[in-house]
Write a protein that binds this ligand. Structure first.
Ligand code: PLP
Length: 389
């Protein structure tokens, strides 16, 4: 087989692979140094609430019975879960056909890239969650990067783009922590409709929004059904990063420039590339979305957000300018003029803390470090005390 020329565009190392390499190298040369604390990768650490663990074990014990055993499930997810997602997260605004349940946003973005077929114009904020850029490269889409910097308040001017584009928007934003107000999103939606653009809205962190004035979904914005697809995930909101589950909303109103339905093609591509999400994950998700589950998760999320506040205060007291940490479990800290990887190395060798270099999210992230607030509180407090020494 010949190598796809598209793969040659993946020039950078995926950040977490490079972080791992540097950490392993450090450990090899400093085997007796104090314990390293992970402050970087945005993985959750809080255990499941009982109600979710019970839902999971009940479903799995059921699999050992004649009546409870399940084989292949529906391609687009259990009807009961799609109905619950629509009711609990979207006020019942969407029909079951418009919602598909998946094994997470990341694999769904790869499946969406297949649907685009390559050759499309894509606009991505720089810095960004790397999968937008890399999945666009792999399929052969043409990428325009829009810098999100201190100067533009970390919200690029999407309305400068003209003509059909796919706009990847992550809200609340990983890594900058930026959340847009309704009027800003309304302007982007109006522009997208005028120019025939499609907004690809990633709400992986929607549950961390504490201000009711900040939209949790693009579909809170008028006209979005005509120009947006939205993804959500149970990874960060419910600690399912290992269990795997997410969802996608494709409104039936969405049409290609030639008039055909995007939803029909999405379901066609899903049917070919995905055998449906895990039954066990879905049964756990139903518990996570129950009243009791939601109340338990509110407390867990509150704990992560408090971590963010403690972290932000500690860094600010050292004179570091910090962003985010309010509606997102990450703090985006400005160490410029030092380069991100230099600051990463300093944190590793001086404080034995593993952080994520902002430049790994794109060249406009240079100088920044992303700190995760998703760790355990005792680790966080120890990390802070090392920082403040
Ligand atoms: N989207 C963003 C912005 C993320 O930060 C992440 C994970 O870090 C994901 C999507 C991945 O979500 P999932 O675990 O559902 O694949």
């Amino acid at each position: 087989m010949r190598r796809s020329p598209n793969l040659q565009r993946l020039t950078t190392n995926y950040i977490f692979i490079e972080v791992k390499k540097r950490v392993e190298n450090y450990l090899k040369n400093h085997p007796h140094e104090r314990r390293l604390i992970h402050f970087g990768v945005g993985d959750t650490t809080h255990p499941f609430p009982d109600i979710v663990a019970e839902g999971l074990s009940e479903a799995s014990l059921g699999m050992a019975t004649e009546v409870g055993y399940k084989g292949y499930g529906p391609n687009f997810g259990l009807e009961s879960l799609r109905e619950t997602v629509s009711k609990v997260l979207y006020d019942g605004k969407f029909s079951l056909d418009e919602i598909s349940i998946s094994d997470g946003i990341k694999p769904d973005l790869a499946r969406f890239a297949l649907l685009t077929g390559g050759g499309q114009k894509v606009a991505i904020q720089d810095p960004s969650y790397p999968v937008y850029l890399e999945s666009s490269f792999i399929i052969g889409n043409q990428v325009t990067l829009l810098p999100a910097t201190k100067e533009n308040g970390f919200f690029p001017d999407w309305c400068l783009l003209k003509g059909p584009h796919l706009l990847f928007i992550c809200h609340p934003n990983n890594p900058t922590g930026y959340t847009a107000i309704r009027a800003q999103l309304q302007e982007v939606v109006n522009h997208a409709r005028k120019e025939g653009m499609l907004i690809l809205f990633d709400t992986a962190y929607r549950s961390f929004i504490t201000d009711p004035n900040i939209p949790r979904s693009i579909f809170e914005i008028e006209g979005a059904k005509e120009c947006a697809i939205e993804w959500g995930s149970f990874s960060k909101s419910a600690g399912f990063s290992g269990l795997r589950l997410g969802w996608c909303v494709v409104p039936k109103e969405l049409k290609y420039s030639t008039g055909e339905s995007i939803l029909e093609d999405w379901r066609r591509v899903l049917a070919t590339t995905f055998t449906g999400p895990s039954y066990l994950s879905q049964m756990a998700a139903l518990q996570a979305l129950s009243k009791e589950g939601q109340a338990d998760y509110q407390k867990i999320i509150q704990g992560y957000l408090e971590n963010g506040k403690l972290l932000k205060n500690a860094l600010s007291s050292k004179g570091v300018s910090c962003y985010g940490g309010e509606h997102l479990p990450f703090v985006w800290a400005d160490f410029s003029p030092h380069l991100s990887w230099d600051t990463f190395d300093t944190f590793l060798t001086k404080h034995q803390l593993i952080v994520t270099p902002g430049s790994g999210f794109g060249s406009s992230g240079e100088g920044f470090i992303r700190f995760s607030a998703l760790g355990k509180r005792p680790d966080l407090l120890e990390a802070i005390s090392r920082l403040l020494l």
